[in-house]
Ligand binder design. Sequence first.
Ligand SMILES: Nc1nc2c(c(=O)[nH]1)N[C@H]1C(S)=C(S)[C@@H](COP(=O)(O)O)O[C@H]1N2
Ligand SMILES: [Mo]
Length: 403
Amino acid sequence: MDEPADRIGARIFSEDRRPGGPFRDGAFRSTKRSERVASVLGAALGATFSVCLLTGVASHYLQQPAAWLPWPARIAGLYRVTQGLHVVCGVASIPLLAAKLWTVYPRLFRWPPLRSLAHTVERISLVPLVAGSIFLLATGVVNIQYWYPFGFFFPRAHFWAAVLVAGALAVHVASQLHVARRTLGRANRSRRLAPDDTTDTGALTVERRRFIRGVAGASGLFALLVAGASVRPLRSLALLASRDPDVGPQGFPVNKTAASAGVDSASTGAGWRLQVAGGPVPASFSRADLLAMPPTEAVLPIACVEGWSASRRWSGVRVADLLEASGVDLASVKSVTFHSLEGDGLYSRSEHLRAFVLAPDALVALEVEGEALDVDHGYPARLVIPDQPGVRQTKWLSRIEVA
Ligand SMILES: Nc1nc2c(c(=O)[nH]1)N[C@H]1C(S)=C(S)[C@@H](COP(=O)(O)O)O[C@H]1N2
Ligand SMILES: [Mo]
């Protein structure tokens, strides 16, 4: 695999300048390492990272949707699946990345360290690749724990780190594809070496197979530790998940309580009104007015970006019906913004495109599972829309504005 250094490289990194320590020949002796082990782990990481990238881009888009890009707004559970996969694949990547780094880090101490321009570019791209990947997994894990020890805004930092990693990964894959082809090829698959063979070839010893199986097992176990946050039968295994989808007021989780949002009983009491701006004159509805309108029922999930999700039967007034009752011309609606009593929190309002908000199941919900909403779930009224992230299912509605 080590091609000879080009001429300049050979002069700078001559053999008699080779440092000792980890740079000496045979400094790393574990027989678990080989190019094939690195390739197998790389391929597995390629798969989990690709799922994370696609589902991450989807989540990013849904949090700031653009009208020019259509999205299947009526598959109610789609975001639940994509975001669940995002978190599960991210967590499953942790053992894979750790094993991959352990397998390849001795290469940092090869001599000569830089062999050619192409080799130098490939080495440099490893810095954003490794640092970015660790950053993504670390910030993702603390985020699903609702722990924000860092000063930056998580979604933006996570997004830009992903852009960086995707670019560095493209360089890495392009430069390493020939190695993967060779080591994962048919000839190598059937070649086996004696257990103590330390040559860095593609072939697998018994020990290397066991190592890969162990890493795969650890990765599967990590996935199980969070999957239960959205897959109900796995709830009891979800030790790493910060929410149990069946625990909370009315039997499902709450991210922000009314008290922590500064929503008190004075503002949700008899004087509460839902204002609708966008018709010929501003409209206003009490909770009794809304309850008197034709009710619509829908089974929809709350799918939090943090990976937990819970599907419930909601009942309330269809957003389209409410707008019509307020005199809004539905044909000209482009987007609708929902404001909360919460005031000026990060999630105190949400703007939704026409396709989402006029869906037949898009509700101003008043009840869940046949009971009036708990105040922590958004009483007197909350938004519940198909295929939208939880952060955009605004609770404690106060005002609706049509654009
Ligand atoms: N006004 C307001 N609405 C909000 C939030 C908030 O902080 N303020 N949190 C959102 C988030 S992040 C989620 S996941 C859902 C959770 O809804 P639940 O508490 O009823 O489960 O509410 C959303 N609605
Ligand atoms: Mo959320």
